[in-house]
Write a protein that binds this ligand. Structure first.
Ligand code: ATP
Length: 296
């Protein structure tokens, strides 16, 4: 049995996010273009002889009990397979928290993958995904990673060709956005067709390998709610565009904003401006990264 497993859990951005309808059960039907980025949390998993799941995390404000998604992911599989040993999980967070980058879902996905490996449960990727959706709608995608179309509540996934590489700037302002608030205040009947992003346009651009087509069609219907409440998000988008981004968008329900850049030099200058220059008041967390694709 492998005694120790070190894993990376990558964050995601949405190149496109559309909400089609609210279902009777409260879930929303979405159509999203998901893209993994090169910012990751680190997880160390180790079985221990005494039963129970222990979680350690470098961020003091995150829960280490069953409210942490890593705990829930481990418990789900360990209960189902009646595993008598325990598991220790050490989590080092680098993905911004409550940011629209699916950090918690990605951690949970890594734990499902890791528990399956450590305890030799023999579950296929598909079987892990079926269990993952019980923890969170984005967990199946976080198991799959790369560029993908996500439909249903997020569990119907179609892998796409890797999006063409380009430097990305990610900025998270120091505000807390509740995903629940955003979805509750999304009134689809009050929106016009122009508020819906052109997901098919992004799909075509990805299949054609055209980053300019992706940049032109970036769109997130949740901006209609989040930006109205938090204008700083629009300010960050405008700042990125002024500094040479070919497109900029809020990820998920926010407040993280990303910008796509034409080359490394422009991206680095924009990063320095937002990190240290006169726009450094907009966001405390600023990262220069790129798309993470599976063939990397
Ligand atoms: P999404 O993009 O799926 O909406 P998010 O980026 O908005 O995700 P997360 O960072 O995943 O949000 O976490 C949101 C909340 O979930 C946090 O406020 C935290 O209390 C709780 N949480 C539970 N487990 C974790 C985890 N492993 N990492 C981060 N947050 C976690």
């Amino acid at each position: 049995m492998a005694r120790h497993l070190a894993l990376k859990a990558y964050g995601k951005i949405n190149l496109g996010l559309d909400v089609l309808k609210r279902r009777e059960d409260g879930y929303h039907e979405v159509r999203m273009i998901m893209q993994t980025v090169g910012i990751f949390d680190r997880l160390d998993l180790e079985p221990k002889p005494e039963p129970g799941i222990s979680v350690e995390c470098n961020l003091y404000y995150l829960p280490t009990n069953e409210n942490n998604l890593v705990y829930r992911a481990a418990k789900l599989l360990m209960d189902e397979f009646d595993i008598k040993e325990g598991l220790s999980i050490r989590l080092k967070k680098f993905i911004p928290v409550a940011a629209g980058m699916a950090g918690g879902s990605s951690d949970a996905a890594a734990v499902l993958f890791g528990v399956n490996r450590i305890f030799r449960l023999g579950l296929s990727m598909e079987e892990l995904m079926e269990r993952g959706v019980k923890i969170g709608a984005d967990v199946p995608y976080c198991l799959m990673r790369g560029t993908a179309l996500s439909e249903g509540i997020g569990e119907i996934l179609t892998p796409l060709p890797p999006a063409p590489q380009c430097p990305i700037l990610i900025a998270k302002p120091s505000i807390n956005v509740s995903t629940k608030f955003v979805y509750e205040n999304l009134h689809l009947d009050q929106l016009s067709p122009a508020d819906h992003p052109n997901i098919d346009g992004i799909l075509t651009a990805i299949r054609d390998g055209q980053i300019s087509g992706i940049a032109e069609n970036l769109g997130n219907i949740l901006e209609t709610v989040t930006i109205k409440e938090y204008p700083i998000i629009q300010e960050i988008k405008d700042t990125m565009l002024r500094h040479g981004a070919i497109g900029s968008l809020m990820s998920g329900s926010g407040p993280t904003v990303f910008g796509l850049f034409p080359d490394q030099e422009t991206a680095t200058t924009a990063y320095e401006h937002m990190r240290f220059g006169e726009s450094s008041n907009l966001a405390k967390q600023v990262y220069l990264t790129n798309f993470y694709n599976l063939n990397q």
